[in-house]
Design a protein around this ligand. Structure first.
Ligand SMILES: [Zn+2]
Length: 56
């Protein structure tokens, strides 16, 4: 599982956790999010702008 970081505000989407507030269940892969997905916190970063975080 991977995490994706919004470079603008620091919001992080964690595939393992999903995002309950957005209606994404745990283990929802990034690839399953719609192309129109944008950052729920700052609303200016689109899916393609998120940065993949390397696993520790
Ligand atoms: Zn953001």
């Amino acid at each position: 599982m991977s995490r994706y970081l919004c470079p603008e505000c620091g919001y992080e989407y964690d595939e393992e956790k999903g995002d309950r507030h957005l209606g994404y269940a745990p283990d929802t892969p990034w690839a399953s999010l719609p192309d129109s997905f944008n950052c729920p916190d700052c609303a200016i970063t689109y899916k393609t702008d998120f940065v993949l975080q390397d696993e520790p």
